[in-house]
Every structure is written in C-alpha cells, then in structure tokens.
Design a binder for this molecule. Structure first.
Ligand code: ADP
Ligand code: MG
Length: 254
C-alpha cells in the first residue's frame, strides 16, 4: 500500500467568510489540517460544518478569505480557481449517494474510469478489509445500512485522494454499528496516514476519531484541542453540555 502524498495533503482555510444571500454563515473562519492528521469538525446543526466542506470541495467559493490545498491557492475572494474535479478529494456524505444500478464492485471502480485495472488489487483488498467479501456482485439495495456505509468509505479510499472529507457519515446508524465502523475508520486512516476532516455533532465520535477537535458554532471557531482540553475548559455552553453528557453516559455504563 502506497502512503498518501503527504505534503500535497495539507488543507487550509484562511479567514473565510461565506454568505447565503444576505445571511452570513461563516465568519472569519480558519482551519489547517496537517498532512496525515484527522480533524473532527464538531458543531450543532446549522453551525456551518457542511458549508466548510463545500468550500474545501470547491462547490462554492468563500466571499472573503482563501482555501489552499497542499499550498496551492484553490479558492480566493469569491472565485473557485481549481474546480472540484481537479482537487483530488474524496467525500463521504450521510446519504451515501451510491449508484443504485451498479454492483458494489462497480460502485468502487466508478471514479477510476480507465484506470480500473491498475487498481483491481486495491479494490479487492478494501473489499476484504471492510468485510464486504462475497458482496461484490450485490446491489446497494441488497445491503444493510452498515454495509452501504462500508462501500461508501471503500469508494473514498480506493481513489487515494489527497484528503478525505466525511459529513456525518454515521448519523443514521445504531450505536453498536457506529462503534464498529468508527474503529474500522480509525484503523484505515492510521494505516494510510490519511488526511481527514470528519464532520459530526457527536462529541464521542469526534473524540474517538479525531487527533484534534475543532468546534464551530454559528459560523465561528469556538475552541480547538483534544477532548481533555474541551473537558478542562469548555469554551461555550454547547461544549459544556456535550462534555457533561459524555461523562454521564460513561458513568452510567460502568
Ligand atoms: P451544518 O452542516 O453545521 O448543519 P450548514 O453548513 O449546512 O450547517 O448550514 C449553515 C447555515 O446555512 C444554516 O443556517 C443553513 O440553514 C444555511 N444554509 C445551508 N445551505 C443553504 C442554502 N443552500 N441556502 C440558504 N441557506 C443555506
Ligand atoms: Mg451538515
């Protein structure tokens, strides 16, 4: 397995402001993800998390500020300089967007085009690592929710993107399945030294997966650090509530 193209993987948003119409949804927002780092972007619903990903992907441009990938300026002051298809990013959404008319295998190969044969070995490796062996010829409709999510992550990894963006990928799954998949994600990201932005509103997910947690509220960065940092000095009521919920569930489980 080849390692990720490291220096190329840095993701940086600098002083980003973004509006939908007259409504400002990101204000002076900054984020740097180092190559090989897994950052959990945590915030309540409507805080601007998905918008951050849209700007990184190039689906929209920040009104002010810039987005850089591996040092290259890809969006700046209202302009998308490098289009999404040339950014070499992979994305996993909550509603998976697998092709329903294609088998598991064909879904995995979809983004590879003519390069498919070169990647056959990696497709097969991911299929077996993700417990999808025997399901290659199945269609998404014939899989469970957890299996579909495994196909989605396999599809992201098979492209060997410079960075992987995940937008609340586990929100629709039950707790046991969630824990299982989180462990698998962590393992795969560590092995590949993947550069990852993992969006969630769940502090437990953020803490289990992220090297660092970045908290966004109302379009602004509120706090960043490890779970211990958030615990010791929660910078907002939202963080404080999440921290308290976490220790409460931890206690009630023992
Ligand atoms: P999150 O992912 O944290 O839930 P979003 O980034 O999706 O938040 O949305 C941030 C804010 O922008 C929300 O208030 C949302 O209602 C608003 N918003 C999102 N998409 C659009 C859109 N296409 N048009 C107008 N407002 C939008
Ligand atoms: Mg969202």
């Amino acid at each position: 397995m080849t390692a990720a193209p490291l220096a190329d993987a840095r993701v940086a948003l600098t002083d980003v402001t973004f509006q939908y119409g007259s409504r400002e949804v990101l204000t002076g927002f900054g984020l740097v993800v180092a190559p090989g780092e897994v950052v959990a972007l945590l915030g309540p619903s409507g805080s601007g998390k998905s918008t951050v990903l849209r700007l990184v992907l190039g689906f929209a441009a920040p009104a002010k500020g810039s987005v850089r990938l591996g040092g290259e300026l890809v969006s700046h002051e209202g302009r998308v300089l490098v289009p999404p298809e040339d950014r070499h990013l992979a994305v996993v959404f909550q509603d998976l967007a697998l092709w329903p008319h294609l088998t598991v295998e064909a879904n995995l190969a979809f983004g590879l085009g003519k390069r498919r044969s070169e990647h056959e070995a990696r497709i097969q490796e991911l299929v077996s690592r993700l417990g999808l062996a025997g399901k290659q010829k199945h269609y998404p409709g014939e899989l469970s929710g957890g299996e579909r999510q495994r196909v989605a992550i396999a599809r992201a990894l098979v492209m060997e993107p410079r960075a992987i963006l995940l937008d609340e990928p586990l929100s629709n799954l039950d707790v046991a399945l969630k824990r299982d998949l989180l462990a698998t994600f962590r393992e795969l990201f560590e092995e590949r030294e993947s550069t990852v932005v993992y969006v969630t509103h769940d502090l437990r997910e953020a803490a289990e997966l992220g090297d660092r947690i970045v908290v966004i509220e109302d379009g602004k960065l509120v706090q960043e650090g490890t779970l211990d940092v958030l615990r010791a000095r929660p910078a907002s009521g939202f963080i404080q509530r999440l921290v308290e919920d976490l220790s409460w569930t931890a206690r009630s489980r023992t």
